[in-house]
Design a protein. Structure first.
Lengths: 397, 256
């Protein structure tokens, strides 16, 4: 095992509440007297994390989950309220916008300052400066005050400085979100190269694409605590599933009593209950439910699959397929449909069964049940479309 | 991290930036106290007909110059350094660094600029025929050392408090005005009624005003005891200011 570069134990951070100036005075008095703050806002709680040399860890979570606070604690900008942080080696950090640039000074001055803070000045800086300016690629703006920069330019310059320093541990917070396409590509390429060279990365991003591309492990922060920590695919999928489920509109359960047509609980692949079954990509899905018709007329059945956030994936009805439900030996009706090889990409989905009147016009009842498709995939979208590349060959490496 | 080199970098940047964008550049460092001096000289010499008491007293202008220049360095350093932490909030929120340096830079820059101005104007006065002990100039410059330590110590404490009490810098402006008039800068100790004269020693700047005059103009003399006390006060101020700064340092980010 390689050496531990970062080790946090029971790390926590609380911010004091300071809305009015009297709060500030009270806080000052408390700090001078070394009293504990009773009225603090806890943003991070009990984070224990170990990162070894050569590892790449993505940090994900909603806004306000504590991601930036965690990075600030790791870089030493913030002092932890509880717990400890131990860091070995040199840290290069790009926190939120800008690497601590002073808006009044020119880009060149700020680069010199950033380099000086990391122990590089004079001749060594003069040697690196052209490379930094070239990487940032902001043209004559380098001699303008940073306050005239666009946010993209600030990040370009900040990243260029960090890139030239090649720290032992690279910490970046939403850097890729700000730059344009070409700069993003440049950054990602640089980071891949850095990781291949044995670099260690702590990356905060809302882009699961970047997280999955650059990181092998992921840490999911929720309300200031660790919701999950482990393999990047498992954690990001759990996070996305949670997110999708949260943003999906909640339907109120319709009362089924007295409906002309109704549908019973769904069995997925033979399993009853409420639990969401786990499927692998390309595995079959069988949906079955009892359907009730009060006056014996035959309803039209419709089955649809939606992603957990409500995006429809596929829907089909017996009417579209020119079919009609038929009663079984006991005279009962069933909605029963099988998908031989479901090409859905990993994520959370729901299957819905609707019953409509025989004319296929009025909707009477709906049943829904969740299921999860799991697996490792970097493909985009909802489904895997069958495809064939031409003019290609196996990668040599 | 090489602390000395970093400090040098911060001070150099502070110097460069202080006069960037101003029309006169570094000249302003000299021009501003000169203008101030011209105003005071006019008001005190020609309006109030101020005279320095004593038989072999120097002219009022050199009398004012050698005490006021160090005062300007001292008060300028304090006012600027008090804002140092607050003004560098973007840096403090993003980069871990020894934050004392942020206070040191404006403090040192003020002293460097005003010591330069001081030397220049003393030379000007000497050339103009004022009886000034130029040989004592290096000794006089040494006096700036405890004055700087005093200013830096106070500045550390003030800069830390400014983060929590934002109107501190306004109050400081008024306080400095008070302290200037409560020190023998515009007048000599002998100008005061006898029962007030002793109180002057409570003002830490009194020693410096009188010591500069004693060295350069031969007006009054420096007591060794007073010198020792001044040095002690400076060192105490430094350690007290640093202790306060270090106590509050971990919490700056929370309140900026």
């Amino acid at each position: 095992m390689s050496e531990v570069l970062l080790d946090t134990r029971g790390l926590g951070k609380s911010y004091p509440r300071s809305h009015r100036s009297s709060d500030r005075l009270r806080a000052l008095a408390r700090l001078l007297l070394k009293r504990a703050d009773a009225d603090a806002h806890r943003v991070l709680h009990d984070i224990s994390l170990e990162v070894r040399r050569g590892e790449s860890v993505g940090i994900i979570g909603e806004n306000g989950a504590g991601k930036s606070t965690l990075l600030k604690l790791v870089t030493g900008v913030l002092t932890p309220t509880t717990g400890s942080v131990a860091v070995r080696g040199e840290i290069g950090a790009l926190l939120e916008l800008g690497a601590g640039f002073n808006p009044e000074y020119t880009g060149r001055d700020n680069v010199a300052m950033a380099a000086a803070l990391r122990g590089i000045s004079g001749k060594a800086l003069a040697e690196r400066l052209p490379a930094i300016i070239e990487f940032a690629d902001i043209g004559d703006y380098i001699d303008e005050p940073v306050k005239h920069y666009s946010s993209g330019m600030v990040v370009r310059l900040g990243f260029a400085v960090i890139a030239s320093l090649r720290p032992d541990l690279l910490i970046t917070d939403e850097v890729l979100a700000v730059g344009d396409e070409s700069f993003q590509r440049k950054c990602v390429r640089w980071m891949e190269d850095y990781l291949e060279g044995g670099g260690t990365l702590l990356l905060v991003s809302h882009s699961m694409y970047h997280i999955q591309k650059l990181c092998r492990r992921a840490l999911w922060l929720r309300d200031g605590t660790v919701a999950a920590f482990g393999d990047v695919f498992e954690v990001t999928q759990a996070y996305l599933a949670w997110h999708e489920a949260r943003s999906a509109p909640r339907e109120s359960a319709a009362t089924r009593a007295g409906l002309e047509f109704s549908v019973g609980p769904l069995a997925l692949n033979g399993a009853d209950g409420e639990a969401a079954p786990l499927l692998d990509i390309g595995s079959p899905l069988h949906v079955r439910a009892e359907v009730d018709s009060r006056d014996g007329r035959l309803p039209v059945l419709m089955v649809g699959i939606v992603r957990a956030d409500g995006t429809p994936v596929y829907g089909v009805s017996t009417e579209m397929d020119r079919l009609e439900v038929a009663a079984d030996a006991d005279g009962r009706l069933h909605a029963d449909i099988g998908f031989d090889a479901l090409p859905l990409l990993p994520g959370s989905y729901s299957v819905r069964v609707h019953v409509l009147d025989p004319e296929g016009v009025r909707l009477f009842d709906t049943r829904e049940r969740d299921f999860v498709v799991r697996g490792e995939s970097r493909e985009f979208g909802l489904v895997r479309l069958s495809h064939r590349w031409r003019g290609v060959r196996e990668r040599s490496s | 991290m090489n602390l000395a080199r970093l400090a040098q970098h911060f001070i150099a940047r502070e110097l460069r930036e202080r006069y960037r964008g101003s029309f006169t550049g570094f000249g302003w460092a000299l021009l501003q106290p000169l203008l101030q001096l011209a105003i005071y000289a006019f008001v005190f010499v020609h309006v109030f007909k101020a005279r320095v008491p004593g038989a072999d007293a120097p002219g009022y202008v050199p009398f004012l110059v050698v005490a006021m220049w160090p005062w300007v360095a001292f008060s300028d350093a304090l006012v600027r350094a008090t804002l140092a932490i607050q003004d560098n909030a973007p840096l403090i929120g993003k980069v871990a660094l020894p934050r004392e340096l942020l206070v040191l830079a404006p403090c040192a820059a003020s002293f460097i600029l005003h010591i330069g101005g001081f030397v220049a104007i003393v030379l000007v006065l000497a050339v103009a025929g004022t009886p000034i002990h130029l040989l004592h100039l290096p000794l006089a410059l040494l006096l700036y050392l405890p004055l700087f330590v005093l200013a830096f110590g106070l500045a550390l404490g003030l800069a830390a408090l400014q983060v929590f009490v934002r109107d501190l810098v306004q109050i400081l402006g008024q306080l400095l005005m008070l302290f200037m008039f409560a020190a023998p800068v515009f007048y000599a100790r002998e100008n005061l009624p006898e029962r007030w004269q002793g109180w002057l020693d409570a003002n830490p700047f009194t020693f410096y005003a009188e010591a500069f005059r004693a060295l350069l103009l031969g007006y009054g003399d420096i007591g060794l005891r007073a010198l020792a006390i001044a040095c002690l006060v400076a060192v105490l101020a430094f350690f007290a200011g640093r202790a306060l700064f270090r106590r509050l340092d971990p919490h700056f980010e929370d309140f900026l």
